[in-house]
Design a protein around this ligand. Sequence first.
Ligand SMILES: [Zn+2]
Length: 268
Amino acid sequence: MYIDTHAHLNYEDKYGDIPSLLSSLRAAGVDAVVNAGWNYASSLLAANMAKEEPMLYFAAGVHPSNLADLAQGDYGRIAGLLSSPKGVAVEEIGLDYHYGGADKEAQKRAFCEQLELADALSLPVVIHSRDAAEDTLRILKDNRAKLARGGVMHCFSGSPETAKEYLKLGLYISFAGPVTFKNARRADEAAKAVPADRLLAETDSPYLAPEPFRGTLNTPENVALVYAKLAALRGEETQALAERIEKNARTLFYKMNDEKRENGHGKV
Ligand SMILES: [Zn+2]
C-alpha cells in the first residue's frame, strides 16, 4: 500500500541482510521502493539489487556532491544500466551549494548533461536542490524542452511559492522526513499547496528519519509516517492519499507499469 519513491538501500553495510529488510518492509505495507544511485558504483549496485528483488526499482545518475567520482564514460555506463526494465529515472541530479564540494560551474554542467541524458533515454529526472533554488529553477527553465518525461523535486523543503515555480514546469513535488519535523512550517505550507496529482512521498533512507525517529537510521518502513503527516496536513485519509501517490509514482516512473506487464502481473 505504500511506495517509497526515493531511498538508498544501496549503501553497503548500512542495512545488513537485504532480503530480511525487505520482508519486514512488506509486512509494514511497503510494496515498492525506488533505490537511487549517487554515482556509477552505487547505481550499478541498485541495478543489481533490482534484478534480485521484485519490489525494488532503481534510478541511476551522479549526485552534485559526488562529481569527484564521475569518470570518463560514466554517462554511457549509466545509460546502459537504465536500459533495464526496472531502471525508472535519471537520479539523483541537481545542485548542492550547501556542502561546497565541486564548484558551482561543474555542478551546473553535470546537471545539464544529465538532463540531456534523461531526454535521450526518454526517462524522468529526480532533482536534488539544496541552497540552490534560484540556479536550479533557471537551469530547468532553460532546459524545459528536455523535461518531456517529467521529473520530481525530491525531498522538497522550500516554500509554497518555490513549489509553484516547479509545478509550472510540470514537475512533481516529493516530501520526506523533514515534513514531520517540528520546525517545518515552510514545508508544511508547501505540502498543503501541492495539487493531489503532483504529490509524491519518500524517505531518502538512510538519511532524514522522520519524527519520532529523527537522528536514527532511516528505512523505507518510515515512509508510513511521511504519508500520515501529509494526510493530516491536507485533511485527507492516509489510505486514499497513499493510493493517489502510488498512481502518481507509476505515472511519472512509467516503466514500473511496463515492467509489471512484462512479468505477467497484469494491468495496473
Ligand atoms: Zn537521496
